[in-house]
Design a protein around this ligand. Structure first.
Ligand code: ATP
Ligand code: MG
Length: 454
């Protein structure tokens, strides 16, 4: 028997295109429901990013119903087609229940089902397993609404069996928990820990995507500390940080607790969260103590960068992310003096965007250290002020901003060749240091005096 609860959503809240799609299926005699994340989001007042519909129409039937529209056979074998209505893409999936899983990821066979109930039973978590019909009536077979109200992630059915079927659900649970600050229900949490080793069998690209979601949530620091063992299956390199005392006056927490604080203190963008995760990961491997018992981590920036690089390669991070994160980790400890010369030189080296990220990371790193830290924070504040001034004044810090170029130098008698580049760099250096101003005549005079141009 289908359990019908009170109407909770005004159907006007659905996108008009979603309503059109539902109407067309209903008019052809099929059942149709909004399902998955859209229901979860609508119930808590968030506008869904995208809508998934579930229906008893087979993919062929769906394509017939939407013959006047663009239909993309996204995953016909799994019962999914994407319909474009106006500018909106709607995924429509035939009710199904999954057959057995042998690869921990894809069911060996998909059996088309006949009811929303069967379809809901194969979904991962109760909060993701609800449906709404065209009138906005909620169909909730697994008490997802209660769990949503209590902010709990609970597996549909037996949690151990569900994690064994598809280990990616382990990371999905952590992602939803981090994104929304939801807690994991006790048995679901136990299953996640107990089955975490199965994550070894999941494709690295999928792990990477979920990892970014976990890191970019609202509670990534808590998650890192609470589920170190689970995350340690995908990144064993984090494990030595746990409980690693620093014996250093700048630090009052172990390396992992400090890392968690820094992760939480940077804004939720992937580069910064990843850089925070990795910035001290090499510390345990370079630890020394001096005669006073003070702990040191000489060269940890370089080792951390190497470890970060290896992890990102293994998990198939894209090239841009990898490069930026490596730079941030490698230079997170380099001093940035708040004077125009230093700032121009750092801008030259890192570019504006990465330098801003570096300052943000340094600020979070400092916040994660022991008191007193006012002095270090004040230096960073000042560096940021100087950065704004340098940018506002359009100070020159790249070759392309220089008032002369290679052609000018050749016209003034310099021979084509490596000397041209060397002279330009020399001039840029002098301009950044304020020895000369960025004016054609002055630069040429400077170069000719130092015998670099005629
Ligand atoms: P998001 O807002 O992140 O898109 P979502 O819930 O829509 O969240 P999707 O990955 O888009 O997540 O999946 C859509 C729905 O499909 C989920 O709500 C869930 O019901 C179901 N689902 C997705 N992945 C799985 C899985 N691995 N196992 C079981 N059900 C899943
Ligand atoms: Mg979704």
């Amino acid at each position: 028997m289908e359990k019908e609860t009170k109407r909770v959503i005004a159907p006007e809240r659905f996108l008009p295109e979603t309503r059109t799609a539902m109407r067309l299926l209903l008019d052809s005699g099929y059942q149709v429901y909004v399902v998955g994340g859209a229901v979860r989001d609508l119930l808590v007042g968030i506008d869904p990013v995208d809508y998934d519909l579930a229906t008893d129409a087979t993919p062929d039937a769906i394509m017939r119903v939407f013959s006047d529209y663009t239909v993309i056979p996204t995953g016909v074998a799994h019962g999914t087609v994407t319909v474009r209505i106006g500018a909106v893409s709607i995924e429509i999936t035939t009710f199904r229940y999954d057959g057995t899983y042998t690869d921990k990821r894809h069911p060996d066979n998909v059996i088309f089902g006949h009811s929303l109930r069967e379809d809901a039973a194969r979904r991962d978590f109760t909060v993701n397993a609800m449906g709404l019909d065209q009138d906005g009536t909620l169909f909730d077979y697994f008490d997802g609404y209660t769990d949503l109200s209590n902010r709990v992630i609970r597996a549909v059915g037996d949690p151990v069996a569900r994690m064994r079927e598809d280990a990616l659900r382990i990371l999905r649970a952590l992602r939803f928990s981090s994104m929304r600050g939801f807690a994991l229900e006790e048995r679901t949490e136990a299953a996640i820990r107990g089955e975490a080793r199965l994550l070894c069998e999941i494709a690295p690209e999928r792990i990477w995507k979920e990892l970014l979601g976990i890191l970019c949530g609202i509670a990534p620091g808590d998650l890192l500390l609470r589920y170190t063992d689970v995350l340690g299956v995908i990144i064993p390199e984090i494990l030595p940080m746990k409980g690693f005392e620093q014996y250093n006056p700048y630090h009052d927490r172990d390396v992992l607790a400090h890392t968690a604080a820094v992760v939480a203190a940077v804004p939720p963008n992937p580069n910064l969260r990843l850089a925070a995760l990795f910035h001290d990961i090499g510390k345990p491997s370079v630890f020394t103590r001096d005669e006073n018992g003070i702990g040191h981590f000489y060269g940890h920036q370089k080792i951390s960068c190497e470890i970060a690089s290896a992890v990102m390669t293994r998990l198939r991070a894209d090239k841009n992310t990898k490069e930026t994160v490596e730079t941030l980790v490698r230079w997170h400890d380099c001093p940035i003096e708040p004077d125009v010369k230093t700032i121009r030189r750092r801008l030259n080296r890192f570019g504006e965007s990465t330098l801003r990220d570096l300052l943000t990371l340094k600020r979070a790193d400092t916040l994660g250290q022991a008191e007193p830290r006012d002095e270090r924070m004040a230096l960073l504040d000042k560096a940021e002020t100087v950065l704004e001034e340098v940018l506002r004044a359009r100070d020159c810090f790249t070759l392309s901003q220089l008032a002369i170029n290679g052609d000018d130098l050749i016209r003034f008698g310099l021979e084509k060749g490596p000397q041209v580049g060397a002279s330009l760099r020399k001039a840029l250096s002098a301009v950044m240091d304020g020895e000369i101003s960025n004016q054609r005549e002055e630069i040429l005079r400077y170069l000719s005096q130092s015998n670099d141009a005629t």
